[in-house]
Ligand binder design. Structure first.
Ligand SMILES: *Cc1c(COP(=O)(O)O)cnc(C)c1O
Length: 363
């Protein structure tokens, strides 16, 4: 893609002029383990219902802005009132709307890096100051320091399981943040379906009006291409997010696809369970490469964070010589020499381990 020419950059709003187009670092390969997608795809028994729903959708009509039936079904599933649910064009749109609604100059965000880079990006787009409370050894969040920082923040974002480190944020930490923060505490649970049952903080929603929980259909529900996410929060927080959203951001087609996923959600469980089991197996296999300098962190998500010698080099050789794409985090502070490997199908996991082993052995 052409860069932003200096004379065009000079015309841009200052916070936008600091940016460059997002690069998902994708290249065409045989084995895609780079974006934490669900490599099993839509379950075969759901695909016809999803196709029918999309076909029968009213393409000539604007979508119901807040997703009438989809919203009701998500609410029933999570056992909350529909007024406590808001849908978005992927979790990403909802994240952006949090910054539009609650961020801006003088409205600080507290975050806990290394974490999802999108938070910092969206914060900067709307001139939101960011207070970063870095994780400690082995990525443990410094909850005491986060709570202190939260006292003057308008927005706190924690990610559970965290991307790319894979760990859950402690529930008691979320409680303390909700009590300390005068603003909103957003817990990004994009990967929660892959975590041990009972790990979600949704159960705290009735207790804390300033808690919001983000979910997406992109990961466990194999709809990254459709772009649908949702937030559970108090009705007034949902109303604030509704006030800043683009009214028709979630298309008729995307709502139909997501609704089919919700009504058939049990059909996704076998693949989710397979991914969880293969995560254990892949982690153990990678941990067995310790003599080659490999370090693995435990994960509750559908990916694994590993440290390998000369990670950037290994990443390039995986892509160019083996046609396997993983995500390189080696230039992210705190993630030196780290790669993030999505847990794919068993044969894909075997391929990446085999290839990585031979690369690290210098073969
Ligand atoms: C993937 C992801 C999301 C949301 O992705 P969408 O595809 O926009 O729904 C949100 N948070 C984290 C941490 C993610 O990794």
């Amino acid at each position: 893609m052409a860069g932003i020419a200096p004379e065009v950059r000079a015309l841009m709003r200052p916070s936008a002029a600091a940016l460059d187009p997002y690069d998902p670092a994708f290249s065409p390969v045989d084995v895609i383990l780079s974006a934490n997608e669900n490599n099993y795809g839509i379950p075969p028994e759901v695909a016809p219902a999803l196709a029918a729903a999309v076909t029968e959708a009213a393409w000539n009509r604007y979508p119901v802005p807040l997703g009438g039936e989809l919203r009701s079904q998500i609410a029933a599933w999570h056992n909350v009132a529909p007024e406590r649910v808001i849908i978005g064009n992927g979790g990403d749109e909802l994240l952006f709307n949090f910054f539009l609604a609650f961020g801006g100059a003088g409205h600080a965000l507290v975050s806990c890096p290394p974490t999802f880079s999108v938070y910092g990006l969206y914060a900067s787009m709307v001139e939101t100051p960011v207070i970063e409370v870095a994780r400690e050894k082995d990525f443990a969040p410094n909850v005491d320091a986060l709570v202190e920082a939260a006292r003057t923040a308008m927005l706190v974002v924690v990610t559970s399981p965290n991307n790319p480190t894979g760990d859950l944020f402690p529930r008691d930490g979320v409680r303390r943040l909700c009590e300390a923060c005068p603003g909103i505490v957003l817990v990004d649970e994009a990967y929660m379906e892959f975590a041990d049952p009972g790990s979600s903080v949704e159960g705290l929603l009735p207790t804390y009006d300033n808690l919001a929980v983000l979910h997406t259909f992109s990961k466990a529900f194999a709809l990254a291409g459709a772009r649908v996410g949702y937030v559970l929060a108090s009705a007034p927080v949902v109303a604030a997010l509704a006030a800043v959203r683009q009214p028709y951001s979630v298309s008729v087609l995307d709502q139909a696809a997501a609704l089919a996923a919700v009504t058939h959600r049990d059909a996704f469980l076998p693949a989710i369970e397979a991914i969880r089991m293969d995560r254990t197996r892949l982690s153990a296999t990678l941990a067995g490469l310790a003599s080659l300098g490999v370090r693995v962190w435990p994960s509750q998500a559908n990916f694994i964070c590993v440290r390998v010698p000369h990670a950037r080099d290994a990443w390039r050789r995986l892509r160019d010589e083996r046609s396997i794409l993983v995500r390189d985090f080696s230039s992210t502070p705190g993630l030196e020499d780290c790669l993030r490997i999505t847990v794919g199908k068993p044969e894909e996991n075997d391929l990446v381990v085999g290839a990585l082993t031979s690369i690290l052995k210098g073969e």
